[in-house]
Write a protein that binds this ligand. Structure first.
Ligand SMILES: [Zn+2]
Length: 212
């Protein structure tokens, strides 16, 4: 692949690099911390950089404990099947804070998602009811973004859903594969890549980006 030099119309979306998804966190993604130095290295190359933050109410509908169930079981909610997670990323908690070594001083927007008690939101664009917008689409369009580079945690949930919704919103989308890590629950990683590919989401490595 020829070297990609981010420029006008390019934006970096850094998904959920938060303590609860990293080592020692409530919902730790295997090797999740490994994305931090990569994100720190590449973020400065982008004129537009956005951070997302999973941000739940206590007793959120996506928590197993809310339903008296075990984590990683599924349940049917009004908007469809929901995987039940350990309590994580409760708004204002240390677990919801960004990884302490994440350094993206150039980021201009933090999108908090999943704050409605009854609706989860893997995607940074639309909540899990596939209807309620977060506002990110409008922000990126107003900033002139056309091509989005997506990285962070986890590949098969929040990164994947974000990338797929970005395609549905009409953006060109590239996932930076080595700047992501997956949960891989019952084949969810293969499934996510299959769906992303079908929707036209591309895949690059951070080394494909021009050194800054
Ligand atoms: Zn969550």
């Amino acid at each position: 692949m020829t070297e990609i030099r981010p420029g006008d119309g390019d934006a970096l979306i850094i998904v959920d690099v938060q303590n609860d998804f990293c080592a020692g966190g409530a919902l730790a993604v295997p090797d999740g911390d490994a994305v931090v130095p990569i994100v720190n290295r590449i973020a400065g190359a982008f004129d537009i950089a956005v951070l997302t933050q999973d941000w739940h109410t206590p007793g959120h509908a996506s928590f197993a404990s809310t339903h008296g169930r075990e984590p990683f079981e599924t349940i049917e909610l009004a908007y469809g099947t929901q995987v039940l997670w350990p309590d994580h990323c409760i708004m204002g908690s240390d677990g919801a804070a960004f990884h302490p070594e994440l350094q993206v001083p150039t980021a201009q927007l933090v999108v908090r998602k999943g704050f409605h008690p009854g609706i989860d939101s893997y995607s940074a664009f639309l909540e899990a009811d596939h209807e309620t917008p977060t506002g990110l689409t409008g922000y990126l369009r107003e900033r002139g973004a056309k091509r989005l580079f997506v990285c962070g945690l986890a590949t098969d949930f929040c990164v994947g859903w974000t990338a797929m919704d970005a395609r549905r919103m009409g953006f060109e989308v590239l996932v930076i594969a080595d700047a992501c890590r997956a949960i891989d629950l019952n084949g969810s990683l293969d499934e996510a890549w299959g769906e992303m590919t079908r929707l036209g989401v591309g895949q690059i490595m951070s080394g494909d980006l021009a050194a800054t």
